[in-house]
Design a protein. Structure first.
Length: 382
């Protein structure tokens, strides 16, 4: 490895997996150990093999969508089990009758096949892509010589070898599926989606979580119970974060670790992790997390007196660059209400409802505005 950058060089990536490279078993073991711990080099290996074998990441299905088709990100999330119950049922029903979305969903579900439940398997069996005619057509497209059996792993610990992605005879879709699975199954983005799902399932504070769907606010279900009282999605995220936080370079896991602190009821720890980045980042999601952390810490006894004002300053910073950010506006309305700034809260809620007039978040905003106006008539707008 390149000792200065601590990453694999281009030559090492090109030689890796090549019989003519002359690299010994010890050298290859070091390379594979590095790939297991380095997301950046794993991405470079996959990019190299896609370029080398001219592989296309898009599935070979009808890609022409209708006006009723969901976006591919929604199908990705459905396949990964990250959709709420109502949305999941709606997307599954659509895919069952759609010649584009059915095959796409089936291929995405195969990418995440380690998470398939019996209910999902039953739903997949009803898709058009499960029909014999579709499968026969797909088989013709993917028919290629069978590669020789893979050699035994170099050690009992090593189950996956990155050399597999360098085998030219492996079908393209298998290479892509392996790459997607390995890169996404334990990525920071996947952990963040799990925690957004956990927030929706067990919402223990009022402020909106970045990227999460609406969930009923239930403060009585707050953190502090046993591990098994936490949503399954949160438990899965916690396991991955605990493992990745022990790696030499875990800076990309800083935000997921802070979000887990918030879900577990430790906003002070989240502030400690994110506050040093406040003036160095332009990430809206990270700033939203930090605002939530300050506000939640400000709700606790003996917290710094200016925590809620600090949260308001961060939210106003977000809105100054993106006036239509609904999450920041919703959270700002809550923060203004908490400090008794009724006129500011009223103006914020009215702005929010102008941008988001319908839906569960809008209904909650209307209820908060109505309650505030009833308790504090001076906040009503003329």
């Amino acid at each position: 490895m390149n000792q200065q950058s601590e990453h694999l060089s281009n030559a090492q990536i090109e030689e890796y997996g090549s019989p003519a490279s002359g690299a010994g078993a010890e050298t290859e073991e070091r390379v594979e150990q590095h790939l297991a711990d380095c997301p950046s080099c794993r991405s470079r290996v996959l990019e190299f093999q896609r370029t080398r074998f001219a592989l296309l990441p898009a599935p070979k299905v009808n890609t022409v969508s209708s006006s009723n088709c969901p976006c591919e990100e929604d199908l990705h999330n459905l396949a990964a089990g990250l959709c709420s119950g109502p949305l999941s049922a709606e997307l599954t029903a659509h895919a069952a009758a759609c010649g584009r979305c059915g095959p796409l969903l089936r291929e995405y579900q195969e990418d995440f096949s380690d998470d398939v439940t019996p209910e999902e398997q039953t739903a997949l069996a009803q898709l058009r892509s499960a029909s014999p005619e579709w499968q026969q057509q797909k088989a013709r497209e993917m028919l290629k010589p069978v590669p020789p059996p893979a050699p035994p792993p170099p050690s009992p610990r090593r189950i996956f070898s990155w050399k597999w992605v360098m085998v030219p005879a492996m079908p393209a879709i298998a290479l892509i599926a392996v790459g997607i699975w390995y890169l996404q199954s334990e990525s920071p983005e996947k952990a963040e989606k799990w925690m957004a799902q956990a927030y929706t399932e067990q919402r223990t504070f009022e402020m909106r979580w970045p990227g999460a769907e609406w969930g009923k606010f239930s403060p009585d279900r707050g953190p502090g119970g046993s591990l098994f009282s936490e949503p399954e999605a949160q438990q899965r995220a916690a396991k991955v974060i605990a493992k990745k936080s022990t790696t030499p370079d875990h800076s990309e896991w800083l935000r997921p670790r802070a979000e887990l602190d918030l879900l577990q009821g430790h906003p002070g720890q989240a502030v400690s992790k994110l506050a040093p980045l406040e003036n160095q980042t332009q990430s809206t999601a990270l700033l939203l997390d930090l605002a939530i952390a300050y506000f939640q810490r400000g709700q606790k006894p003996d917290s710094p007196a200016d925590d809620k004002e600090h949260a308001i300053a961060i939210l106003k910073r977000i809105i100054s660059t993106n006036p239509n950010n609904l999450e920041a506006l919703f959270n700002l309305g809550i923060a203004y209400t908490a400090i008794g700034s009724w006129a500011d809260a009223s103006a914020t809620w009215h702005t929010y409802l102008r941008l988001d007039p319908t839906g569960p978040w809008a209904n909650e905003a209307k209820a908060k505005l109505l309650q505030m106006e009833e308790m504090h008539p001076q906040s009503r707008r003329e």
